[in-house]
Design a protein around this ligand. Structure first.
Ligand code: NAD
Ligand code: ZN
Length: 263
């Protein structure tokens, strides 16, 4: 892009999509907004989860049985929403770009597993905040099913303990105050530095350090495109900007790609 294409400010959606499709090495940075059309609420839109409850800190989970039980109660509710959800237009478009050989990776803040459900290979999906569709032992790392955890709480009325080592079992998401996953952060940084286009889809870009990834891509020479209903702190540096519905952008892009099929 040789000039800023901010849709609504003298530029059209078609111009923005044409620039998008010219990219060869796209890295997407996705947030909760890409999954709202799939029926999973985001945190910061009015009525979102964030406005309703205080987050549980990692240290509280590890030290307080009460906090663990409350954390699990919330995870089960989220897991129910995830279970029925199907990939939306943004997930499907990223899959189409992968099939066309234009997608380097998806760096996601989401924990709903929908990028994988769209058929993207696991090595293309970098989950910075973990995954809420399964659980792990905090001592030995063993995997456990969410359904198993639910049955354990029902059976014992206590938070679930690992079958192998009796450690605390926790949904495999990164909680507030918990260390970011090192390998995923390293991969996200590497891909951000190598991208020719960084596209932010449905993120308020206020959760750090994850939100530094798009900025790093821009600083490393990538074009920055932001697709979000509301303004973000990085709008001022964006080469392309679309303030609107993710489905408006990606349903159109899917038609241009010649693919409107899922999975
Ligand atoms: P956020 O809630 O802070 O921001 C979401 C942004 O998406 C908002 O700015 C909103 O205006 C926009 N948006 C929502 N629906 C949209 C739509 N249909 N079209 C266009 N824009 C839309 O989310 P975040 O930046 O991802 O940060 C929140 C944190 O919460 C992340 O760490 C994430 O792990 C977690 N989270 C994940 C899920 C999920 O996995 N689906 C859901 C809620 C929260
Ligand atoms: Zn264990």
């Amino acid at each position: 892009m040789y000039r800023q294409i901010h849709v609504g400010k003298g530029s059209t959606l078609d111009e923005l999509i044409a620039e998008f499709l010219a990219a060869k090495n796209i890295v997407a940075f996705t947030g909760a907004g890409i999954s709202t059309e799939c029926g999973i609420p985001d945190y910061r839109s009015p009525g979102g989860i964030w406005s309703k409850m205080t987050p549980i800190q990692f240290s509280d989970f590890m030290t307080s049985e009460e906090a663990r039980l409350e954390d699990w109660r919330r995870r089960f509710l989220m897991y129910q929403q995830f279970g029925d959800a199907q990939p939306g237009s943004g997930h499907r478009a990223l899959r189409a770009l992968h099939d066309a050989g234009q997608l380097r990776s998806v760096v996601t803040q989401n924990i709903d597993g929908l990028h994988s459900k769209s058929g993207l290979p696991s090595e293309k999906v970098i989950e910075l905040h973990g995954n809420g569709t399964f659980a792990t032992c905090m001592s030995c790392g063993a995997h456990h099913d969410i359904e198993w955890a639910e049955a354990e709480i029902e059976r014992t009325t206590s938070s679930p303990c690992c079958r192998l080592c009796s450690g605390h079992v926790k949904a495999a998401i990164i909680s507030f105050g918990q260390m970011m996953p090192e390998e995923e952060m390293d991969r996200a940084v590497r891909d951000a530095q190598a991208a020719d286009l960084m596209v932010v889809i449905g993120s308020s870009l206020v959760v750090h350090p994850a939100a530094q990834i798009p900025e790093l891509a821009k600083d490393s020479g990538a074009q920055l495109l932001i697709i979000n209903r509301e303004p973000t702190p990085l709008d001022w540096m964006a080469d392309g900007l679309f303030h609107g519905e993710i489905s408006t952008f990606f349903e159109r892009l899917l038609v241009e790609c010649g693919s409107s099929t899922s999975g």
